[in-house]
Write a protein that binds this ligand. Structure first.
Ligand code: ZN
Length: 315
């Protein structure tokens, strides 16, 4: 799936806070389990909030306000699109990057449409899968770069929702899904409301944990469940070698050790959800001596910085 959206034409100051990006086009391609192309979906949406195109939308897309004004309402478009998704049975959303699903749900919320997706929402970020399959797992390429790298023919223009969806599907069809299929992403537009709803996934090479939301950062970063380090391979307690410390109060790190599996490095980021609650997304990862050393270095940097600050105050 790919979306195109518009933003406030007169700049950020005038934007509607709850709807920074208004979707005006939905494009999607349906693949079966063997990555055969089954069908496609495409529609324009009549703008209801920003009634002129922002210059970025003007530049990127081959679309005019006149043609958008013939489009469907957002509610009708989403209803039709979800119907199209569901008509062949179970489906999984695949997008290039993480932002399309966020903006789709934000638009749904703004226009008061109940969220049709299951919770938690697992999806494929094809941009990430491409990186895991073809690069280091960390790089994030533009769709066109990936298309070039895979030698896919560029016979349609980019930056229309339907054409980017077609290209995303073509990239996906060329990936080694046996290698990457376990690496689905977890959407965090909706965060866990209770401890019971919290999400923990063992990807084999690392574990991801998404906490529930808290009213304050302090409550979050002092929470025992977040700070506890259990080895995700054997379930045993991994003793802390370096307690959780923070670089900038957003990223936190620690180093632990499992008797059986060796070093485990931990990191979590404090995030704010749509309702202003604080939650963390934490990763635990088995690492080696070099990985452990990196955490030690980082900690001594933080300590040095603190010392320098104190000294400055004194002098
Ligand atoms: Zn272990």
């Amino acid at each position: 799936m790919d979306l195109e959206w518009n933003q406030c034409p007169s700049g950020k100051e005038d934007e509607v806070e709850k709807l920074p990006f208004e979707i005006f086009e939905i494009g999607a391609v349906k693949l079966d389990e063997d990555m055969n192309r089954l069908d496609s979906y495409s529609c324009y949406i009549k703008p209801q909030v920003y009634k002129e195109l922002h210059y970025i939308a003007k530049g990127l897309t081959h679309v005019s306000m006149e043609s958008l004004n013939d489009g469907k309402t957002f509610a009708d478009a989403v209803g039709e699109f979800i119907g199209w998704c569901e008509k062949d049975g179970e489906y999984r959303v695949c997008t290039w990057g993480t932002s399309d699903l966020v903006e789709l749900q934000r638009n749904m919320r703004y226009f008061d449409i109940s969220n049709p997706f299951s919770y938690p929402l697992f999806y494929y970020d094809v941009q990430k899968l491409f990186s895991i399959d073809r690069e280091d797992g960390k790089s994030r390429r533009a769709l066109e770069t990936a298309v070039d790298m895979l030698g896919i023919e560029k016979d349609i223009d980019f930056h229309r929702a339907i054409s980017d969806a077609e290209y995303t599907a073509k990239v996906m069809a060329l990936l080694d899904m046996k290698k990457v299929s376990a690496y689905y992403s977890i959407d965090t537009y909706r965060t866990p409301k209770t401890v019971k709803e919290e999400i923990k996934v063992n990807y084999g090479t690392y574990e991801k944990y998404i906490t529930k939301g808290y009213d304050t950062k302090e409550e979050l970063v002092n929470n025992a469940r977040l700070l506890a380090t259990r080895c995700y391979l054997c379930g045993g307690t991994a003793r802390k070698k370096i307690r959780w410390f923070t670089m900038n109060s957003k990223m936190h790190y620690c180093l632990a050790e499992c008797r059986q599996h060796g070093y485990i490095k931990g990191r979590f980021r404090v995030r704010e959800d749509e309702d202003g609650r604080f939650y963390a997304s934490r990763v635990l990862k088995i690492t080696d001596e070099a990985g452990a050393e990196e955490i030690r270095q980082r900690q001594s940097e933080v300590r040095k910085r603190r010392r320098d600050k104190r000294q400055k105050k004194k002098s």
